[in-house]
Design a protein around this ligand. Structure first.
Ligand code: TYC
Length: 101
């Protein structure tokens, strides 16, 4: 056993706290085509086909799905980009954000 295993920590913990993370949440609707949702998830969140399909299907079945977590600015920007992509194509696709506990 090394001789420092039970020695108490002497250096103070860093006071630098990590920024709170925010979830980007995909919301289901009855009108946006599945393939369009998958394409937006791939473009905005850099997901591959199977990741994007699985997130889309979870939102479709359960109503919402957490897509990813980011710092607040990035989460809000991505949510806006996704929602805007739907809006430009005439779909009611919606992404929202929510702070993590
Ligand atoms: N429910 C849509 C349909 O059946 C597909 C869809 C899935 C839309 C997820 C939005 O967040 C969504 N065409």
């Amino acid at each position: 056993m090394s001789d420092n295993t039970t020695r108490p920590r002497t250096a103070p913990r860093s006071k630098t706290e990590r920024p709170r993370l925010h979830k980007v949440i995909l919301i289901n609707d009855d009108y946006t085509p599945r393939e369009f949702v998958v394409a937006v998830l791939k473009a905005v969140f850099r997901m591959n086909e199977s990741q994007a399909y699985s997130v889309m299907l979870t939102a479709h079945r359960r109503g919402t799905c957490v897509v990813a977590v980011f710092t607040r600015d990035i989460a809000e920007t991505k949510a806006t980009e996704g929602t805007e992509a739907g809006r430009s194509a005439g779909y009611p696709l919606q992404f929202t954000t929510e702070p993590e506990e």
